[in-house]
Design a protein around this ligand. Structure first.
Ligand code: DGJ
Length: 685
């Protein structure tokens, strides 16, 4: 972090981000790109020029944090109403605090007692800048916030950009889209009270020539698990900017005297190493700085959902557990169906104690059996939900999100608890804490199986539209409290698959269940999209019975081995031969899982993924032939990331050669129809 006069440069290992005050006192973005040799090389703030009487200076300038005020027609970061009804904010620089790798810029409204603090933190090892904003009401009268984004990011002007993002729906998440940005604003958002399957709060921008291995990429993500918005705008002055933050749709927040509002963090980075490097930067950052347990690899788990659905009891689970243990599974997870009255999806949610008919002696007998088999025990919960047919709902029908005059819309026969309410938070903390205290549970899958409707908060103490944010804060509180009380537990975030994967939830969840779609070929596309932002160790992937009989078991295992391997098929139906083969793959996976889960990931070609340990000594390549087109029955690949001078062996390929050799050759891995291959790479150094 360097500062001269009113000019600040945040430097990371390879990039720099600069901004400063111009002569007219506007806080103006100056530079975001490759780190330059000398501080004097960064450009000065642009001067304020209008454009005829139709565009004021702020329309032409690249302001760091534009507020709605004056002649502002592009997307502002801040929009609010003062108590007297004035809806115009005029921020002026007040002061700056400079810390190591961090700067805080304080702005104040020229008339009203309103302070806005812009926080910038450089994460040098990851070429990332973190930004968040705090608004403080220093006056007597309340202020109503209508929009408060975390940040606005400006990319170099006068060139066209492509925006990459992840879109989809339930069973079809994380589909990677890359599209040109043209004049106007492209909005990506969630209005679903969670980050959602629909769009994921991640982006990247490139200027056209970028590939997986080279070229500039500006990329980022928002650490928020509720409604969010990304506005990518190409202005009428040839500049491109991207705003990111909590969604302002149906949002309002009453900021009383002395109160402040702090946004979630938005992270963004710059690399010249192409999309691959951008992903690896995020992977490392998430593993090392975001995940609650840091960079750890995960156990091979078995999940009983697709085998038994709601028909769980000690006997059915024990039979599965015995086979799973024989395969080498390390963690047995009992999914939905275990709690009070839960026989189908219409009952029980909210009553988080063992069903007295299925588990008359509680969960202990099953857990002990699983532990005797040498496995840890995990459990499924869906805390935010309640079925109308449950003891909880009968006792507290008013605890759900609802409008009193409207019949609540059911999704999967369930309503959403109003997590904004402390009484709901306390109930969940108490029930889940009890469950975790009474039982030897090492893993919790936290599910959320519907999106919002009727977002009403009867008797809200303040502005009812705060519910969008207070819900997420309540969720974070409950989950955080449980984590603190039970630090040994590994948590998985699931929302009908990948409906809640974001840097906010990853402060609480160690893993994500990426999709309910477990068809191996569909999964490849889903996993590729996921890998743009998220690392392999958090990507839980099961081998199920989907594709059984259609695709080789090896293919299905290879797909799941690209992340954190799990098994989710009905093992009772698997033949001896299938079980033997599964055991072999699991054993093989355990040998390389650290490389896969914690190493660097390279997307070599569509359907070809390479992993390399951080010390560059061990690697694995997976290649998949996903079409029937046999005109080209080989994956043609070029390895990446090896040490050029070290000698490597690539399993199944003749000769030991220096890394430079392997990286310059196009290797052919023969693959028949729907075949796959896994090759280990070993350095001799
Ligand atoms: C949706 C999840 O994605 C599934 O894996 C399973 O846990 C079901 N919910 C259980 O209801």
């Amino acid at each position: 972090m360097d500062t001269t006069e009113k000019y600040w440069v945040l430097q990371t290992a390879n990039s720099a981000y600069a901004f400063g005050l111009n002569q007219a006192g506007y806080l103006v973005h100056c530079y975001w790109g490759k780190k330059l040799p000398d501080l004097s090389h960064y450009p000065p703030p642009a001067e304020s020029l209008g454009w005829a009487s139709f565009n004021g200076p702020t329309q032409v300038l690249q302001e760091e944090y534009p507020a709605y005020g004056g002649m502002c027609y592009h997307e502002p970061c801040l929009k609010l109403t003062f108590a007297d009804g004035v809806r115009d904010v005029l921020l002026k620089f007040d002061s700056a605090r400079v810390l190591e790798n961090e700067v805080v810029i304080s702005l104040r409204d020229v008339y009203y007692p309103l302070r806005v603090e812009l926080h910038y933190r450089a994460h040098p090892d990851y070429d990332l800048i973190e930004r968040w904003t705090e608004v403080v009401n220093e006056g007597e009268d309340p202020i109503t916030l209508k929009r408060i984004f975390s940040a606005q990011w400006h990319v170099p002007a006068n060139q066209p950009y492509h925006l990459s993002h992840l879109t989809g729906r339930w069973n079809d998440e994380f589909q990677l889209v890359r599209e040109p940005l043209t004049a106007g604003t492209k909005i990506l958002e969630s209005r679903r009270i969670t980050s959602s399957h629909h769009h994921n709060p991640w982006f990247s921008l490139d200027a056209g020539q970028t590939t997986e291995t080279s070229g500039p990429v500006w990329f980022g993500a928002l650490a928020w698990s509720g409604n969010w918005k990304l506005a990518a705008e190409v202005t009428n002055f040839g500049t491109t900017r991207l705003s990111l933050g909590i969604n302002d749709w149906d949002f309002a927040w009453r900021l009383n005297s002395g109160e402040s509002f702090v946004t979630p963090s938005a992270f963004a980075g710059y690399t010249e190493g192409g999309y691959g490097a951008a992903s690896r930067n995020l992977h490392d950052f998430i593993r090392e700085q975001v995940l609650p347990h840091g960079p750890i690899s995960h156990k091979v788990l078995y999940n009983s959902w697709e085998a038994t659905f709601f028909n769980v009891d000690v006997e059915s689970q024990s039979r599965l557990a015995e086979i799973a243990a024989g395969l080498g599974v390390e963690l047995f997870v009992m999914d939905d169906g275990w709690f009070n009255g839960r026989n189908d999806d219409a009952t029980g949610l909210g009553d988080w104690w063992p069903d007295p008919i299925k588990f008359p002696q509680g969960l202990q007998p099953l857990i002990q059996q699983v532990n005797r088999l040498g496995m840890e025990f995990g459990l499924w919960v869906e805390p935010e939900m309640v079925n109308p047919d449950s003891d909880l709902y009968r006792a507290h029908p008013d605890w759900i999100l609802h409008f009193p005059t409207r019949k609540p819309t059911l999704g999967r026969n369930q309503c959403i608890l109003n997590m904004a309410r402390p009484v709901v938070q306390e109930y969940l903390i108490e029930k889940l804490d009890h469950l975790l205290t009474e039982n030897n549970i090492q893993f919790i899958k936290w599910d959320m199986n519907r999106n919002v409707s009727e977002p009403g908060w009867a008797d809200a103490p303040g502005e009812p539209r705060e519910v969008w944010v207070r819900y997420v804060q309540g969720l974070y509180r409950v989950w955080g409290e449980l984590r603190t009380r039970h630090p040994q537990v590994i948590w998985q975030s699931c929302s009908g698959g990948g409906g809640r994967a974001d840097l906010g939830i990853l402060r609480l969840a160690d893993q994500v269940w990426v999709s309910d779609n477990t068809h191996a070929r569909d999964r490849l596309a889903i996993q590729t999209g996921f890998s743009m932002a998220y690392p392999a160790n958090i990507m839980e992937a099961w081998v199920t019975d989907a594709d059984r009989g259609n695709l080789p078991l090896a293919f299905r295992f290879h797909v799941s081995m690209c992340g954190s391997l799990g098994v989710g098929g009905n093992l009772l139906e698997w033949s001896e031969e299938e079980r033997r083969e599964a055991a072999d793959w699991i054993a093989r996976y355990k040998k390389v899982r650290d490389v896969i889960q914690l190493g660097d990931l390279f997307r070599l070609a569509p359907g070809v993924i390479q992993y390399l340990s951080k010390d560059q000594k061990r690697g694995v390549v997976f290649a998949f032939q996903t079409s029937k087109d046999q005109s080209d029955a080989a994956a043609k690949i070029q390895l990446q990331g090896l040490h050029p001078d070290w000698t490597y062996e690539v399993e199944g390929l003749a000769g030991n050669h220096p890394g430079s050799f392997w990286m310059s050759r196009v290797l052919e891995l023969p693959l028949g129809e729907f075949e796959s291959t896994m090759r280990e790479i070993q350095a001799f150094h």
